[in-house]
Design a protein around this ligand. Structure first.
Ligand SMILES: Cc1cc2nc3c(=O)[nH]c(=O)nc-3n(C[C@H](O)[C@H](O)[C@H](O)COP(=O)(O)O)c2cc1C
Ligand SMILES: C=C(O[C@@H]1CC(C(=O)O)=C[C@@H](OP(=O)(O)O)[C@H]1O)C(=O)O
Length: 391
């Protein structure tokens, strides 16, 4: 499976094409719309989300909710385009009027300056329109399709929030959830997409205070994936390691600066005797573990335990309290003024991280097994899992 997204933040629409899905996969448009809605929710987001109400249109590759093996096209309209028509219209000619509104003031922390230098753009709008995280809408749409495929082979993926600014959810409260379905209900109901209601209250106070001060916040998201077959990815070559592929997918999300698996950076604080997942065996179960310190990977391969990823998002770079920068035309120093921006988007980013994890895992499953047809994929997985159990 591979996919490509296209579209600018204030252009007419966003598109994704997915190739290589098995035939016979049931796809629910309502499920994609629910995931798009989840991405739009969250305390601390800016006014753009009041304009957009993301809905997908499927225009190829699916008949009566079943894939037919041909490329699947997904499209989401940008409702904000109507306000930007003059500036973003793909077909009308450039005029003196619309070129007056060139962007020549690069925002620190954005792609603006380096993107302008690299592509020789003197109107930085040509950079910011595509570097905007508006594009993550399509990653979530593709991720929703990937999650639907994974769910049909018993794999569940869920992203949620662990920390906003310095306010962290209590990790022991995670243990109160029996499964990912229960955790999903709780985090979907939370305005900060977390599982700890005490932390949520503090997070909201912090977001309000930060917004009032004209500042922004980052945070930490977590993604869990359960029910994966053993042996996705390989130790034989660096680029085939599954944890490495997931790290790339997560760091590819706008504003993500770090990723860890299992105990992650905490491994530095513990001796080896506390960090491994010891091996046990029972006749009816085969080999199993009682812990998941390693976050589901040994030798870059899934080991049958839940995949456990945490990742950090930097604070939103556009501030109401402006940062210093320099005009690319006049070379004069200035302080940026902002019309609108998110105070924090960690809640949305958790849904994007979930999507990127699902896409990467679905790609690995489809690579490993004969996946021309969904039924054949399921048959093979049943046989494979039986073989692994009897190893
Ligand atoms: C869901 C989401 C929403 C975002 N919203 C904003 C925003 O409103 N304002 C902003 O300045 N940056 C926002 N960002 C971050 C920028 O897109 C990102 O920092 C920028 O494109 C530079 O890329 P880099 O941080 O990966 O280097 C958002 C990121 C995500 C994932
Ligand atoms: C549009 C979305 O996020 C945008 C991501 C973003 C950025 O710079 O990344 C900047 C803001 O765009 P605007 O200036 O149009 O308000 C966010 O709203 C979205 O998530 O749907």
């Amino acid at each position: 499976m591979r996919y490509v997204t296209a579209g600018e933040s204030h252009g007419p629409a966003l598109t994704a094409i997915i190739e290589g899905l098995p035939a016979g996969l049931t796809i629910s448009e309502a499920q994609i719309n629910e995931d798009l809605h989840r991405r739009q929710q969250g305390y601390g987001r800016g006014n753009r989300q009041k304009i957009e109400s993301d809905h997908v249109e499927i225009s190829s590759g699916v008949r009566h909710q079943l894939t037919i093996g041909s490329p699947v096209t997904l499209r989401v309209v940008n409702d904000d385009f109507r306000h930007w028509q003059e500036i973003m219209d793909p077909s009308s000619e450039a005029t003196a009027e619309n070129s007056v509104r060139k962007v020549e003031r690069p925002r620190p922390g954005h792609a603006d300056l380096v993107g302008g230098m690299k592509y020789r753009h003197h109107d930085l709008r040509n950079v910011l329109e595509r570097s905007s995280a508006r594009e993550t809408t399509m990653r979530v749409a593709v991720g929703s399709v990937a999650k639907q495929l994974l769910a049909q082979i018993g794999v569940e993926v869920l992203g949620f929030v662990r920390q906003i600014g310095p306010v962290s959810a209590d990790p022991t409260k995670l243990n109160t959830f029996a499964d990912l379905a229960a955790l999903k209900v709780a985090t979907d109901q939370s305005e900060t997409r977390t599982f700890d209601s005490d932390a949520e209250t503090k997070m909201k106070v912090l977001i309000d205070e930060t917004k009032k001060a004209g500042d922004t916040l980052g945070g930490i998201v977590q993604v869990l994936a359960t029910g994966l077959p053993v042996g996705l990815g390989s130790y034989v070559s660096a680029e085939t390691k599954m944890d490495g592929k997931l790290a790339q997918a997560i760091i590819g999300i706008n504003a993500f600066k770090g990723v860890e698996f299992g105990e992650g950076f905490q491994f530095a604080n513990h001796p080896g005797s506390e960090g491994m997942d010891e091996i046990f065996w029972q006749k009816d179960q085969g080999f199993y573990r009682e812990t998941d310190h390693l976050g589901g990977f040994e030798g870059g391969m899934t080991n049958g335990m839940p995949v456990n990823i945490k990742a950090v998002m930097k604070p939103i770079p556009t501030l109401y309290k402006p940062l210093r920068s320099v005009d690319i035309k006049t070379k004069e120093a200035y302080k940026a003024n902002v019309e609108r921006s998110d105070t924090t988007a960690v809640t949305a980013a958790a849904v994007v991280a979930e999507a990127m994890t699902a896409i990467t895992l679905a790609e690995a499953v489809l690579d490993k097994f004969d996946a021309d047809s969904m039924a054949r994929l399921q048959e093979q997985l049943t046989n494979y899992n039986e073989e692994i159990k009897n190893f």
